[in-house]
Design a protein. Structure first.
Length: 126
């Protein structure tokens, strides 16, 4: 099955050896997004809520570049440096993902790139 890279300037450029997303057939795999401002490449200013919003905006931009919306998400992975922020993720996630909500995993991690407190990845199906 051919793989098609997905890329957009509306989300942060990859900071390593990966693509923003890959389409394989009707499935689109979105790489993890941290709360970088795509215009500056820097972490967004503000608290954890600002970081969570930016992560979901970045995912939405990559999904749009694939011709999809976040409503096509079937699996979401969330990584937090502090699981105490889980309630904020739930609240803000409901603003970006319609019901039925995607399957999801939330994992506590020791650290994330660039000092981010949250990262999310997604699998979408067209």
């Amino acid at each position: 099955m051919p793989r098609q890279p997905i890329s957009t300037a509306q989300a942060p450029a990859a900071i390593g050896t990966y693509s923003q997303a890959i389409r394989a057939g009707s499935t689109v795999y979105l790489s993890g997004q941290i709360p970088l401002d795509p215009a500056t490449g820097q972490l967004v200013d503000g608290d954890v809520r600002a970081q969570i919003h930016q992560v979901f905006r970045n995912l939405a931009a990559v999904a749009a570049a694939a011709g999809l919306g976040l409503d096509h998400t079937v699996k979401l992975g969330i990584f937090l440096t502090d699981l105490g922020h889980f309630a904020a993720v739930n609240e803000i996630m409901a603003e970006y993902f319609p019901q039925p909500f995607p399957a999801r995993a939330a994992v506590g991690v020791a650290a994330l790139p660039r000092g981010a407190v949250v990262e999310a990845e997604a699998i979408l199906v067209d």
